[in-house]
Write a protein that binds this ligand. Structure first.
Ligand SMILES: Cc1cc2nc3c(=O)[nH]c(=O)nc-3n(C[C@H](O)[C@H](O)[C@H](O)COP(=O)(O)OP(=O)(O)OC[C@H]3O[C@@H](n4cnc5c(N)ncnc54)[C@H](O)[C@@H]3O)c2cc1C
Length: 422
């Protein structure tokens, strides 16, 4: 049912269900609920494709962006949630269509190394990491990957490696995370492309505007990820058919329907389902900066994942190494720490001590600051399959529906908007 052109545009996102009501594209006005990246991208995509269609974007708080926010203090710049984007042409198209190509850059090649702390030692992630899983575990994982609704641990049969991976993506343990939701291609979820993988990949690669991302690379907004939110806001402000309303109080699609006198079928709920059963996990984010000479022993790289539940820090990201743009004053380096609340006693000193132990020496940071708290939705095994049962009269989008990363959210916005162009 999808054409080759659809596959080139969206790739494996087509394996995921689009949770839209049958009548959505026939609506004579739209109400999008949620002013995070999802709601903003949907409003931008549909609003551009259909300037005749009045769109209301409703946001509960007094700011747009949802979990996306960039913290700044002097020359220190650190994202509180997403900091970089993995390659997918939909995000490149969004940047291009917003005219922001000059402030979007590939991550630094010199900072591509990633490490994981395994049994107290630091292990560089590479293709040889697979040997840590062992032949039996690997085969078992392969068999499990095709079984119904496996967890990530069912597939990656090494608890530390599997936990490191899921902690890095969703702040949760591998046995509690749906492998279909994270890696639908690996598990064979959904439909398959009409041509082989290699050919498909080449055609997708050739479709990138701006620049073709190198294998294993990421890309980021030069001024921090919040810039994409500003770009979307600026573009929407110039559209006559889009009206943004902040500080709304409606909590359910039914409440929105009656408050605004619109049918449920014209509502796109992009703010996490009310009473979503799966719940969420919370973490705090710290920015830590050092003079370069104090941390020379810390190798240049992307960062380190720490699966050990007895250590309060689950990830150290080398913010000033990764991005092409500066994130720290001259002569300094900036690190971002992810601190899951299930592991932390709430005392900053505990985090400082753990960091000293992890880097192996006691350097004095010139900046050590908690910059925010975030909650990440949980996606238990069976989650993606359960979305197939969505039979509501409203449409449902955003990272609890599309996939956890910004690329899923942005691509989903394009897929929804394409329904209005058919
Ligand atoms: C710590 C952290 C790290 C991350 N790292 C990465 C990464 O490295 N790479 C990556 O690709 N992704 C990452 N992500 C995920 C990425 O940030 C999300 O995929 C994306 O921002 C989700 O956008 P959203 O609009 O779906 O949801 P949200 O940002 O949650 O937005 C939902 C919006 O809806 C509003 N809302 C809620 N209820 C209502 C209501 N009743 N009425 C009106 N408005 C309402 C909220 O106020 C909010 O503004 C990370 C996320 C976190 C938290």
């Amino acid at each position: 049912m999808y054409t080759l052109e659809d596959w080139i545009r969206h790739g494996d996102e087509l394996r995921r269900p689009l949770l839209v009501s049958q009548e959505l594209h026939e609506s004579d006005s739209l109400t999008i609920v949620g002013g995070g990246l999802s709601g903003l991208s949907i409003a931008f995509r549909i609003g551009s494709a259909r300037p005749d269609l009045p769109i209301k974007l409703l946001e509960k708080s007094n700011r747009l962006g949802g979990v996306i926010k960039t913290w700044r203090q002097g020359e220190w710049v650190c994202d509180i949630s997403v900091n970089a984007v993995r390659p997918h042409p939909s995000f490149w198209r969004l940047v291009d269509d917003l005219g922001m190509e000059d402030s979007f850059s590939p991550s630094r090649e010199s900072a591509s190394s990633r490490w994981v702390i395994l049994q107290g030692g630091k292990h560089r992630l590479s293709s040889s990491t697979i040997f840590k899983i062992g032949l039996f575990g690997f085969l078992r994982g392969l068999i499990n990957s095709r079984k119904g609704s496996p967890s990530v641990y069912d597939i990656l049969r090494n608890k530390e490696i599997a936990d490191a991976m899921t902690l890095g993506i969703v702040n949760d343990k591998a046995e509690r995370v749906d492998a279909n939701f994270l890696f639908p291609r690996l598990t064979g979820f959904g439909v398959n492309p009409p041509i082989g993988n290699r050919k498909m990949k080449k055609m997708i690669t050739d479709s990138y505007p701006i620049f073709i991302p190198k294998k294993g690379s990421l890309a980021s907004m030069d001024g921090g990820m919040e810039d994409i939110i500003h770009g979307l806001n600026d573009a929407l402000s110039e559209m006559n058919n889009v009206d943004i309303i902040k500080e709304v109080n409606e909590k359910t699609p039914d409440e929105v329907s009656s408050a605004y006198g619109v049918p449920l079928s014209s509502i796109i709920w992009a703010s996490g389902l009310p009473n979503r059963e799966a719940g969420e996990s919370s973490l705090s984010v710290f920015a830590v900066g050092y003079p370069k000479e104090e941390v020379n022993e810390v190798e240049l790289g992307y960062g380190t994942l720490i699966p050990d539940p007895n250590i309060p820090i689950s990830g150290i990201l080398h913010e000033s190494d990764i991005h092409s743009s500066d994130r720290a004053p001259d002569g300094h380096r900036l690190f971002r720490l992810m601190v899951p609340h299930t592991r932390w006693d709430g005392d900053d000193q505990t985090v400082k001590d753990a960091l000293s132990n992890l880097i192996g020496f006691e350097a004095a940071p010139v900046i050590f600051q908690k910059i925010g708290e975030r909650a990440i939705p949980r996606y238990p095994p069976g989650y993606l399959s359960s979305l197939l049962d969505h039979q509501e009269r409203f449409s449902y989008a955003g990272w609890t529906a599309s996939g956890v990363s910004v690329t899923h959210v942005v691509d989903e916005a394009e897929r929804i908007s394409e329904l209005f162009m058919q």
